[in-house]
Design a protein around this ligand. Sequence first.
Ligand SMILES: Cc1cc2nc3c(=O)[nH]c(=O)nc-3n(C[C@H](O)[C@H](O)[C@H](O)COP(=O)(O)OP(=O)(O)OC[C@H]3O[C@@H](n4cnc5c(N)ncnc54)[C@H](O)[C@@H]3O)c2cc1C
Length: 238
Amino acid sequence: MAVPTYSVSCISKTLIAKDVYDIRFAKPESFTFKPGQFILFDVPHADNPADIQARAYSIASTPGEQELLFAIKLTPGGRMSRWVEERCQAESALLMKGPFGNFVLDANTGRDFLFICTSTGNAPFRSMLLSALQSGDTRRMDLIYGVRAREDLFWKEEFEALAEKYPNFFVHIALSGAPENWAGHRGRVQTLVPQIAPDISGKSIYVCGNPEMTKEVKQLCLNEWGVMKADLHVEGFI
Ligand SMILES: Cc1cc2nc3c(=O)[nH]c(=O)nc-3n(C[C@H](O)[C@H](O)[C@H](O)COP(=O)(O)OP(=O)(O)OC[C@H]3O[C@@H](n4cnc5c(N)ncnc54)[C@H](O)[C@@H]3O)c2cc1C
């Protein structure tokens, strides 16, 4: 079946961390998706709007929320990055195709969940976690969320509020370049997993973020931490 295309209109654009924008679009009425899926935007070149290319973005909102939420990290000179910085404002329109992807919660597992992400890799996990917790899932869910510095963090308070509200959800925030006065975890997410989740081989694991990290965590899971392939779900933001 052909994947439908929608025209979506921007509601807001907010800088929420260094080089990261929270961008919200009005959700088309007929658009449905599963938490964890992504869409493709048709992105016009900032200097030549007739030149269009697709870019993938994970949906951070839940299917129940009225807006489609995205966390978009700028890469200098990039096509979407330029559109976001130079063109995007309230009521800007983009064509969007989707949803796509199998990076969704495994309906057949009874295992606890471990989510591992860097930066905007937390986007699909916001959708998955909120949906699962709000639906009454009481399994243990741990989120290991890493960035380089404090200025790169976003949605920290939202995840911490969720952890306060739901006793089965735990958030572990790590800075790889932590300053002396940082009280949270230090180091890259892959080095923290054995300490935070020593029982990782019994969990259902989701990994999302930059491809170097996802590749490394995948290798560690399969070659060193005893994770079965069927329990490992990886989305690299290539
Ligand atoms: C399934 C999936 C989900 C994703 N979800 C997200 C998400 O939720 N949030 C997110 O931020 N990203 C996400 N990504 C990554 C996203 O799709 C883009 O790759 C990213 O945002 C960069 O896009 P861009 O158009 O800004 O850069 P691109 O145009 O793709 O450029 C990439 C790099 O090439 C360089 N470059 C481009 N043009 C030139 C040029 N003419 N000369 C020299 N250098 C150049 C740019 O400087 C940049 O560093 C996801 C990727 C996948 C595959």
